[in-house]
Write a protein that binds this ligand. Structure first.
Ligand code: PEP
Ligand code: MN
Length: 357
């Protein structure tokens, strides 16, 4: 349930409500909106005495949240959440720029599918940064359908990603596949990417929820929007509020494309949840010819940006070559996305100054 505080409630009253929720064995979660503070009492049902909370000083009303997900719901936080990506200092002592995602802030995450070598990463990163991306993506640990396919360069690739991001003034985003990798990846990354196949790896969700790094949660191949928001709830319930949803296509009967990008999920998720949402047109399309159209459609439907794969020599890519945009295609797409952003009242940040490292 949520406890809506009156607009003039004192800090003392807010503290008291939180303490009472804890005393009843539940967890309080604070949400400060433009006009008032809302406190979520989340935990097992039936533990919290509603009428007692309603009688406390400064409480306007106590409302049950009907949706199965609570902290992810619009009821809990009525304004769009704005997630901060980056900021702080990297493991190599470099100041990482902060990129905002959500509300009227749109962002573009771009880079290779997998980090194949330091040289290819640096070349692609330079292309995407010059083309308008503000966050660098790249897989160091790859979830592959076949155990015999290239699995990623692991920690070495994380180092290349961090150094490259630091040099170009870009926060970085990389996939974490297993709870055992969280500690290592946390040292390097700004965003933990949770892949579609891991959307319901609940232990992994809890583990990244304990960190304070942003999380990009891809929608599972066969997950409903409700399942997806319940997975987001796992992360939020651990105290990590920096979560970005990512629609990347679902399995349908259609076999002309790799997955069907579910454009509908964007307005649905935005109505049900305050969390920012971006689209991944690359994995849905599976083929570069269709990537830009899907990106534009996602943006027009209300997404807060995209995550897209780019390669200068896709024929030799070790992973997902056919869907990688060529650098010039990416640049053109960014120009078009900026135009759609105007209509949907969003703005893509410009890349920052190049760091002198
Ligand atoms: C990826 O981003 O390279 C990836 C494997 O994505 P997904 O989990 O959506 O398939
Ligand atoms: Mn990929």
């Amino acid at each position: 349930m949520i406890i809506v505080m009156s607009s003039n409630a004192s800090q003392e009253a807010i503290d008291r409500v939180q303490a009472e929720i804890e005393r009843m064995g539940s967890k309080p979660h604070l949400s400060r909106g433009k006009f008032r503070t809302v406190i979520g009492a989340v935990g097992e049902e039936g533990k919290v005495d509603e009428s007692h909370l309603a009688s406390l000083d400064g409480v306007e009303k106590v409302v049950p949240i009907m949706k199965p997900y609570k902290l992810a719901s619009r009821e809990f936080h009525e304004d769009d959440s704005i997630v901060e990506v980056g900021g702080g200092r990297s493991i190599f002592g470099v100041d990482v720029p902060k990129v905002l995602v959500g509300g009227n802030h749109a962002a573009c995450f771009a880079g290779p599918c997998a980090v194949e070598s330091e040289k290819m990463l640096n070349t692609i990163a330079r292309h995407v940064r010059d083309g308008g991306a503000t966050v660098l993506r790249g897989g160091a640990f790859k979830p592959r359908t076949s155990p015999y396919s290239f699995q990623g360069h692991g920690e070495e690739a994380l180092k290349w990603m961090r150094e490259c991001g630091d040099r170009l003034g870009m926060p970085i985003c990389t996939e974490v596949m297993d709870t055992r990798q969280v500690e290592l990846i946390e040292k390097y990354t700004d965003v933990f990417q949770i892949g579609a196949r891991n959307m319901q790896n609940f232990d992994l969700l809890r583990e990244v929820g304990k960190t304070r790094k942003a999380v990009l949660l891809k929608r599972g191949l066969a997950a409903t929007v409700k399942d997806w928001l319940l997975s987001a709830e796992y992360v939020l319930s651990q105290g990590n509020r920096s979560l970005i949803l990512c629609e990347r296509g679902i399995k349908t009967f259609e076999d002309s494309i790799r997955y069907t990008l579910d454009i509908t999920s964007i307005p649905v998720a935005r109505q049900w949840s305050h969390l920012p949402i971006i689209v991944d047109p690359s994995h849905a399309a599976g083929k570069r010819d269709w990537v830009s159209s899907l990106a534009l459609a996602g943006m027009a439907a209300g997404a807060h940006g995209i995550i897209v794969e780019v390669h200068y020599n896709p024929a030799e890519a070790q992973c997902d070559g056919p869907q990688a945009l060529l650098p010039e295609m990416f640049r053109e797409l960014m120009g078009q996305l900026r135009q759609i952003a105007v209509i949907t009242r969003k703005e893509f940040a410009e890349a920052g100054e190049l760091a002198s490292v």
